[in-house]
Design a protein around this ligand. Structure first.
Ligand SMILES: Nc1ncnc2c1ncn2[C@@H]1O[C@H](COP(=O)(O)OP(=O)(O)OP(=O)(O)O)[C@@H](O)[C@H]1O
Ligand SMILES: [Mg+2]
Length: 281
């Protein structure tokens, strides 16, 4: 899904922000990127999203050579293939929740009926449908981040990029967002998660890389938890019974189950907007 070969980013002066990064991320994987402030995490995200170009090396995402795209091409690529979630939500405060979620669909020229259907599906599955007509400022941080996730998923991106998505949240909301990422990944969503939080990385991602001065200094498999998630991704019956029970079920989670790919779970606690199988993807 993501392939970087010797990707380097140099700004005018000083050492490179990214120094010869070679990295492959498979479809369906959740990769966490750790590193101190200034280590190059956002630079890496920007190259992958086509927001910036490498000084040398190649960046391929979802079959597209992102480093070769011009401005219009890279905007098109982002609309079609990338969903982004940020620490401070970046919602438009003078649009309602629903209108925020609809923005990517409008930019992509999605038919109105389809956009309405998709947004209702997402708001329902993420448990924020009752806030559809509210303005973001009225919502809690956790709710705002769920709106941001709904917006990021609107066009069914191949890749979800999250830059410190729990950085501005209290621990309860952060746990909700973490669960949301786990559930999305269990449905097959490829995720790249930038975080300072070692525990969030270990408990959410299959794999963690660490950047120091723009270079990958560690690349570790997160072990048994990752194995459990892979089973879940395969749609095995173990997900609901074993992992779900062990983790408890947050409201967001039950909403996800109702729209999950197996379609087996979640008559109980179903969202008010009935989902279709795989609605979130
Ligand atoms: N537009 C730019 N012009 C010049 N230097 C830049 C630019 N953007 C980033 N840098 C530099 O590149 C390095 C990496 O920055 P980057 O934003 O990728 O770090 P980060 O790991 O995301 O940090 P943080 O955790 O604080 O967000 C830093 O030294 C930064 O000052
Ligand atoms: Mg950053």
């Amino acid at each position: 899904m993501i392939d970087l070969v010797e990707a380097t980013k140099k700004y005018d002066a000083g050492p490179p922000a990214l120094a010869g990064v070679t990295l492959s991320v498979a479809a369906g994987e959740c990769l966490a990127v750790l590193g101190h402030s200034g280590s190059g995490k956002s630079t890496l995200l920007n190259l992958i999203a086509g927001l910036d170009r490498p000084s040398s090396g190649t960046v391929t995402v979802d079959g597209t050579r992102v480093d070769r795209l011009g401005e219009a091409g890279s905007a098109r690529f982002r609309r079609a293939s990338i969903g982004m979630v940020f620490q401070f939500f970046n919602l438009l405060d003078d649009l309602t929740v629903l209108d925020n979620v609809l923005v990517p669909a409008q930019l992509a020229g999605m038919a109105k009926a389809e956009a309405r259907r998709r947004s209702a599906e997402l708001l329902g599955a993420l448990g924020i449908d009752r806030h559809a007509k509210a303005y973001p400022q009225r919502l809690s941080g956790g709710e705002r981040q769920r709106v941001a996730v709904a917006r990021a998923l609107m066009n069914r991106p191949a890749l979800l990029l999250a830059d410190e998505p729990t950085g501005a949240l209290d621990s309860h909301s952060a746990a909700d967002v973490r669960q949301l990422l786990l559930d999305l990944n269990a449905e097959g969503q490829t995720i790249l998660l930038v975080t300072h939080d070692v525990e969030l990385a270990a408990s959410t991602a299959h794999r963690t890389i660490e950047l120091v001065d723009g270079a990958v200094v560690r690349d570790i498999d997160n072990g048994t938890g990752a194995q459990a998630r892979r089973t879940a991704t395969a749609g095995g019956p173990g997900w609901d019974d074993e992992i779900g029970a062990a983790r408890g079920s947050a409201p967001v989670r039950s909403a996800f189950q109702a729209t999950g790919p197996t379609g087996a779970a979640g008559t109980a606690g179903a969202p008010s907007t009935p989902g279709t199988p795989g609605a979130l993807r």
